[in-house]
Design a protein around this ligand. Sequence first.
Ligand code: FAD
Length: 326
Amino acid sequence: MNKIIVVGSGMAGFGAAHRLKNNGIRPVIYERSSYYGGHTASFRDSSGFLFDLGPHISFTKDPRIQELLARFVDNKYDALQVKLDNYWRGLRLTHPVQLHLNGLPKDLIVEILMDFVKVHSEPTPPIANYEDWLIASYGRKFAELFPMQYTRKYHLTTANNMSTEWLGPRMYRPSLEEMLRRAELQAQEHHDAWLRAKAESDNIRKRAQADIANAHKYALETFAGQLLPVRDSLEAALTADNATLDALRRGVELTLKQLDGAFDKFAIKEVNPVGEKFDPHKHQAMTTVESDKAPNTVLHVLQKGYLLNDRVLRPALVTVAKAKER
Ligand SMILES: Cc1cc2nc3c(=O)[nH]c(=O)nc-3n(C[C@H](O)[C@H](O)[C@H](O)COP(=O)(O)OP(=O)(O)OC[C@H]3O[C@@H](n4cnc5c(N)ncnc54)[C@H](O)[C@@H]3O)c2cc1C
């Protein structure tokens, strides 16, 4: 019987142990932490919340591994088609950036593409470390701006300090043709989006113009509707036979009430400022008259004014007091 020890209970350790078990070997896993799972460990706190050390997202496209992981979680998982962005100096760039240069400053795109063409038109230099691989794959400009900086942040070391055997399919390496085709496709998509946006804004403008025209046309509709009963009353008064002066007067008073009701509904207010201080915004002085009243007091209203929604529809025509000459 083979005695095998697996060091570490992370994905790699458990993966190795699982494979060994399937081959009839029961390994012993040694783990230095007090919990198992390595970076995939989860912890439940006293209130029942489950905290994951890292997100449990699998990016694998390998159906065997997909099936294996699904089985481990009793097929309770969500499949997501995510659209990833890279946040870089205030820009949001679609992932992987090497295929979506379009969000970058124009001069930088040209520099990156020229670099890319240069490294791909020269014989591939010997690759001693990850930095060499990055420069040979993407050109120096892109390598230094993106993956080499990310490497310092994520792996806490520089790319020239890292080997390349871990890379596998992790870093996408587009060909020049793919980059150019993608750029062409993006230009086409942007052009289409621009055409759609233009058509939409044209439609909105046309709709707004029609709305404004209709608003002008029918603005008076409701107000005019309120005036119709007033007209009916006036007509009725004229057709009344043998009406006494009193009856006519009462009819006119009722009709005036109807009109006042319509004015109220549409916020038309009377301006009748006798005794108030002259207000040039609402009153129009026809003349000044010497008076015992305080100067600038409205003495008479020759014609009432009106406000529509507090805006002057017609100023009140008034006479205003001035001090008596001695
Ligand atoms: C924040 C974060 C988020 C991540 N998110 C994802 C993700 O969403 N999807 C994804 O696919 N990958 C993700 N990864 C990467 C993924 O977690 C790792 O690639 C994977 O867990 C590595 O597994 P591993 O077994 O090699 O290492 P680890 O998970 O690190 O396990 C190593 C284990 O070995 C133990 N150990 C180390 N030295 C010894 C020793 N001398 N003796 C005994 N035991 C030892 C450690 O304690 C640990 O338990 C993430 C990584 C991080 C850091």
